[in-house]
Design a protein around this ligand. Structure first.
Ligand code: NAD
Length: 251
């Protein structure tokens, strides 16, 4: 499979969960991948796994909440691989608190990591592609909580709703430069972000039509498809990958 041969793609949050699986699958389709994460040793392991399997990858330590670090990541990628064709803006955190305890620090932390990071990746990523005369794709990780409210998630709801709209708004302006912007909105995915409260995870699993948490590979396969030419007519939209979670009220 070499649909993405010659493409150079950055994956943020690539050390774990959805980002890790996306890095592996993008490489499986021939892309060169920069695995970027705050967790440097985890990112290194994923890049090594890709290289050992015959792919082409490098790792990079980044804090996605800092615009200058994202800019440096993208500059470094283009320098190292000779071009740059897209970014999967995926790194994120959750910080659940009742609204009356949603102090400014808790609010801003999630907005910085989950929302502003996406702007930085889109802005510096698109500027780099235009500068290089390259075309490509930007994929953003939103959430079902970008359209549905959840108790304790005011910060996360706000950030992910912004991501849904940034994909639309960015797509509108970047299409003329040959850059598509799309998103994914996962349901509950079996990754470390969910923590280790098994009872809570079992409850969440039960809210999906198949009664189980979704595997990160299932989100990654949609993300990988969105990077390919087969998805060239999908633009600005955020694709739900939620096993029917939003389709009903009572289960
Ligand atoms: P995960 O915890 O497995 O992976 C997140 C990765 O992001 C980690 O490797 C972490 O080190 C990295 N990261 C966190 N903050 C960072 C920062 N400031 N700079 C750089 N890297 C940072 O979780 P995941 O489930 O794979 O999450 C990926 C994305 O999917 C997030 O945006 C999350 O909000 C979103 N999402 C997850 C779920 C779910 O149920 N797992 C549901 C909807 C959306």
């Amino acid at each position: 499979m070499s649909e993405l041969k010659g493409q150079v793609v950055v994956v943020t949050g690539g050390a774990s969960g959805i980002g890790k699986e996306a890095a592996l699958q993008l490489s499986g389709k021939g892309a060169s991948v920069v695995v970027a994460d705050f967790n440097e040793s985890g990112a290194k392991e994923v890049a090594e796994q890709i290289n050992q399997a015959g792919g082409s990858a490098a790792h990079y330590k980044v804090d996605v909440s800092k615009g200058e670090e994202i800019k440096a990541l993208i500059d470094w990628t283009a320098e190292k691989f000779g071009t740059f064709n897209g970014i999967f803006n995926n790194a994120g955190i959750g910080l659940v608190k009742p609204f009356l305890e949603m102090d400014p620090e808790s609010y801003h932390r999630v907005i910085d990591v989950d929302q502003h990071s996406v702007y930085y990746g889109m802005y510096y990523g698109a500027k780099k592609m235009v500068e290089l005369g390259a075309t490509g794709t930007i994929v953003n990780t939103a959430s079902i909580y970008g359209t549905a409210a959840a108790v304790g998630s005011f910060n996360y709801n706000a950030a992910k709703a912004a991501v849904v709209m940034m994909s639309k708004s960015g797509a509108l302006e970047l299409a003329e430069h040959g850059i598509r912007v799309v998103g994914v909105a996962p349901g509950f995915i079996d990754t470390p972000i969910l923590g280790d409260d098994q009872e809570a995870k079992d409850y969440l699993a039960g809210q999906h039509m198949r009664g189980e948490l979704i595997k990160p590979e299932k989100v990654a396969s949609v993300v990988t498809f969105l990077f390919t030419d087969a998805a060239s007519a999908i633009n600005g939209q955020t694709i739900p990958v939620e096993d029917g979670f939003l389709s009903y009220k009572i289960r």
